[in-house]
Design a protein around this ligand. Structure first.
Ligand code: BGC
Length: 274
């Protein structure tokens, strides 16, 4: 929910304060642009599947997720759906749901959502490792596995510290990709954080890093994007595309007030799809 996101952002700001020492296509070229789509790192983080077409019709978005184990509608046919096991509230029904999705071609499974904060999946790194093995590693023969997605908060068992502890406990979890979220105020801070994430992934021999939520704090106003966020995206998207260690990313989010204004692209949505 959007209200959760405001809370997340507030909590991140609190955490940072508490730990100051830590760190358009013609018919003719439509076919070609669709082929290009499948190799794009860019994704749509959505709640309403009917809105994804606004982003994906650009041909620059290849995948989507909805913090869920259910597409909740119909996605454009050229978009790959990636299921997520959000947290303990989704354990009931998970085994049946994920098997159905794997049978229909899902090739990745995303782990818990922001387990390092109380308002989201709220798990210690050690209990998350046990849950991960039980609910996700079980499917390692059928899909590639993405780690839980941590925030860029800083502290003991928060953010990348949580991730390091988790990876130390989950050495037998068969994880391919490390997932992180970032909310902040500048492109430089974003690049620094993503660099820390890819360094950590390399240290643990994880071949991929996914940035599955990110946004400028100033873009969370629900006003449909700002020129500042459009400029931010214009700077960081080519940089992300150049980082071979980063294989997927999704700006927050494919919804009215964010990348969309109503069901059309907002100013930041236009930057995200160009
Ligand atoms: C929540 C999800 C929600 C998403 C978009 C995330 O912070 O964990 O449950 O779907 O925000 O509103």
């Amino acid at each position: 929910m959007v209200s959760f996101k405001y809370l997340t952002t507030a909590l991140l700001a609190t955490t940072a304060l508490a730990a100051p020492h830590a760190k358009s296509h013609s018919h003719h070229n439509l076919h070609a642009s669709k082929r290009a789509t499948s190799s794009s790192k860019r994704g749509a983080a959505y709640n309403d599947a009917s809105l994804v077409n606004a982003l994906s019709s650009s041909g620059t978005v290849s995948w989507a997720y909805d913090w869920n184990m259910d597409i909740m509608g119909t996605l454009p046919t050229d978009i790959e759906y990636v299921p997520m096991l959000w947290g303990t509230k989704m354990f009931t029904g998970w085994f049946a749901a994920i098997q159905t999705l794997l049978n229909s071609g899902s090739s990745y499974i995303m782990g818990f959502n922001e387990p390092d904060i109380a308002s989201q999946a709220a798990m210690s790194s050690s209990s998350a490792a046990n849950y991960y093995r039980e609910y996700i590693t079980k499917f390692s023969g059928e899909a590639k596995l993405v780690s839980p997605a941590v925030t860029n908060g800083v502290g003991s068992d928060v953010g990348l510290d949580w991730m390091r502890n988790f990876l130390d406990s989950c050495t037998d979890c068969d994880i391919t990709a490390l997932a992180v979220h970032w909310y902040g105020d500048s492109a430089d801070d974003f690049k620094t954080f993503v660099g820390q994430a890819t360094d950590l992934a390399a240290e643990y021999s994880l071949s991929e890093t996914w940035v599955t939520e990110f946004a400028l704090n100033s873009d969370l106003s629900g006003s449909g994007g700002t020129q500042t966020s459009s400029d931010f995206l214009t700077e960081v998207l080519p940089w992300l595309d150049e980082q071979t260690a980063v294989s997927r990313y999704a700006y927050f989010m494919c919804a009215d007030g964010y990348l969309l204004s109503g069901s059309d692209l907002s100013i930041s949505g236009k930057a995200y799809t160009s």
